[in-house]
Design a binder for this molecule. Structure first.
Ligand SMILES: *[C@@H]1O[C@H](CO)[C@@H](O)[C@H](O)[C@H]1NC(C)=O
Ligand SMILES: *[C@@H]1O[C@H](CO)[C@@H](O)[C@H](O)[C@H]1NC(C)=O
Ligand SMILES: *[C@@H]1O[C@H](CO)[C@@H](O)[C@H](O)[C@H]1NC(C)=O
Ligand SMILES: *[C@@H]1O[C@H](CO)[C@@H](O)[C@H](O)[C@H]1NC(C)=O
Ligand SMILES: *[C@@H]1O[C@H](CO)[C@@H](O)[C@H](O)[C@H]1NC(C)=O
Ligand SMILES: *[C@@H]1O[C@H](CO)[C@@H](O)[C@H](O)[C@H]1NC(C)=O
Ligand SMILES: *[C@@H]1O[C@H](CO)[C@@H](O)[C@H](O)[C@H]1NC(C)=O
Ligand SMILES: *[C@@H]1O[C@H](CO)[C@@H](O)[C@H](O)[C@H]1NC(C)=O
Ligand SMILES: [Cu+2]
Length: 204
């Protein structure tokens, strides 16, 4: 392949050695870098040892190896979801944490309130088995990891070490209807840089 410019070559070489890894809850299987562009990092079977996860007041702790990234979290109420359709309703992704953007590498935490998502997704309730999927993009395409959960109303907070070592995502948390939902920050310049990098990549 002939690179149209040096800058594209730089974007690509930075891309191959950096992705993201969920720390809490534990993903379906060990991180496989080459499979992360695939549904659930390539894992198409739910685990039997599901993580008992707070119905409200959950968090996600993940390691970003990209300096500027976006994320979104979607949910499936199937027992063993193995394709993207099972995370969709007729109106698209069943979103639990709306799309947001963050700069910085390393461990980041953000809240996830599945109980709030229950207004749009039937079957989210105490004792339900659900699977969450993190959609991440650090400039080298969409990447995916999943965690299989059993929701618990009596678990009112994540385990003490769930947030160990993480910084909070710096987007604001709103109150009211979107309680616990991360809102998109106003990083317009950064967003422009990221979407340019994504356009360069998709143009290849
Ligand atoms: C399930 O058990 C396996 C094998 O003991 C372990 O490696 C994995 O981390 C566990 N997964 C969860 C979600 O607890
Ligand atoms: C949840 O999944 C576990 C296995 O992962 C299964 O034993 C249990 O019956 C399921 N519970 C419900 C309510 O479907
Ligand atoms: C997704 O999985 C469901 C159940 O396993 C199946 O009925 C459906 O056809 C699949 N959809 C696609 C697009 O593969
Ligand atoms: C699920 O919804 C998203 C967002 O609307 C859409 O981009 C995607 O094509 C849909 N996927 C499937 C398999 O229906
Ligand atoms: C429910 O869906 C509506 C319409 O898509 C959306 O505006 C709202 O933010 C969703 N609520 C939650 C809590 O996700
Ligand atoms: C807490 O909720 C989980 C999931 O519904 C259930 O399995 C567990 O028995 C409950 N524990 C207590 C102490 O009520
Ligand atoms: C929390 O502690 C458990 C048990 O020691 C460990 O398996 C898990 O990886 C820790 N979680 C984090 C996010 O450090
Ligand atoms: C991070 O957010 C959690 C709530 O999700 C809060 O309890 C904690 O104090 C925050 N930590 C910092 C350093 O702001
Ligand atoms: Cu990457």
């Amino acid at each position: 392949m002939i690179f149209p410019s040096i800058s594209v070559a730089v974007v690509l070489s930075a891309a191959v050695q950096a992705h993201f890894q969920m720390q809490y809850p534990i993903p379906r299987g060990p991180f496989v870098e080459d499979s992360e562009p695939l549904f659930c990092d390539g894992y198409t079977n739910a685990v039997n040892n599901r993580t008992i996860f707070p119905l409200s007041n959950g968090i996600i702790n993940m390691n970003s190896e990209h300096p500027l990234w976006t994320a979104e979290v979607i949910v499936s109420t199937y027992q063993n979801p193995d394709n993207f359709s099972e995370f969709n309703s007729s109106s698209g992704y069943q979103t639990v944490v709306p799309f947001f953007q963050q700069s910085g590498e390393g461990l980041y935490c953000f809240p996830i309130d599945l109980a709030a998502a229950a207004v749009n997704v039937s079957g989210i309730q105490d004792g339900a088995n659900v699977t969450i999927q993190v959609l991440f993009n650090g400039g080298d395409g969409s990447l995916y990891q999943c965690a299989d959960l059993t929701l618990s109303a009596n678990m009112t907070a994540p385990p003490a070490n769930a947030s160990s070592g993480c910084k909070n995502v710096s987007a604001t948390t709103s109150s009211g209807a979107g309680k616990g939902v991360v809102e998109v920050g106003s990083r317009i310049i950064a967003a422009g840089v990221l979407s340019m990098a994504m356009m360069l990549l998709s143009a290849l």
